[in-house]
Design a protein around this ligand. Structure first.
Ligand SMILES: [Zn+2]
Length: 235
């Protein structure tokens, strides 16, 4: 006599258990581990570089301002000028990983709102020119050339270096120091040439300084198994 055995309910339950476990695993990887890994990688990438820490505005600026999006179908952005945060930071922007008050936090929305509120003028002229040029670099180093601040913007893996230095004013003697407005100059490291325009005053002092600063950070990058990827900061 044969006993009837029905396997289907227990097999079905087992299958459901597996689906449940695999879905849970996928969710943990997708929503916890991947974001943690991305955040660690981005923070590591930014930590390799020196940067500029901005002075904080008064506490009265510690509130949310709503900025309309440029795209019609997108919602507004919420920025806080005291904390230098923007709701776009919750997306793929690497700017959110920069430390508090770091100039690299300034996305397009924060930059525009600083400009619109005339708060940009509270920063010194060197900071203003870097912000005017959209804070594109991963590393910023301020050096003193002839007693004046010059900023070097670079990425350890890139051949392009942006220099923010003063131009000569009409009344300046040829030997300097330059006292004109700050401007951006672009230098191609491998060929040691200035591109997109004239060289800055004191180029003969700036070039060796740039070489020292960039090679020092390139070496630090190489030591740690090739360093993180050279991903430009966007928005
Ligand atoms: Zn933003």
């Amino acid at each position: 006599m044969w006993e009837e055995v029905n396997l289907s309910p227990s097999t079905g339950n087992l299958l459901m258990d597996w689906v449940f476990v695999l879905t849970g695993l996928w969710a943990v990887i997708r929503f916890i581990l991947v974001p943690l890994w991305k955040s660690w990688k981005a923070k590591l990438s930014l930590s390799y570089c020196p940067s500029i820490i901005l002075p904080r505005f008064e506490k009265s600026f510690d509130h949310i301002r709503r900025i309309p999006s440029r795209r019609k179908n997108q919602k507004e952005h919420k920025v806080n000028l005291y904390r230098l945060t923007c709701s776009c930071h919750h997306g793929n922007s690497r700017r959110k990983y920069a430390p508090s008050q770091d100039i690299r936090r300034l996305c397009r929305h924060l930059r525009k709102e600083l400009e619109r509120s005339n708060l940009l003028l509270q920063y010194d002229e060197l900071i203003q020119i870097i912000i005017d040029h959209r804070v594109k670099d991963t590393c910023y180093k301020i050096v003193q050339i002839q007693g004046d601040d010059v900023a070097i913007g670079f990425h350890p893996r890139s051949d392009f270096v942006r220099i923010y230095a003063r131009r000569m004013a009409k009344q300046d003697p040829p030997e300097g120091p330059p006292t004109g407005h700050y401007d951006k100059f672009t230098f191609l490291l491998s060929q040691e040439i200035w591109i997109y325009g004239d060289p800055p005053p004191n180029a003969e002092i700036i070039i060796p300084t740039v070489n020292v600063v960039v090679s020092e950070h390139r070496n630090r990058y190489k030591k740690d198994s090739g360093g993180p990827e050279a991903v430009p900061i966007r928005t």
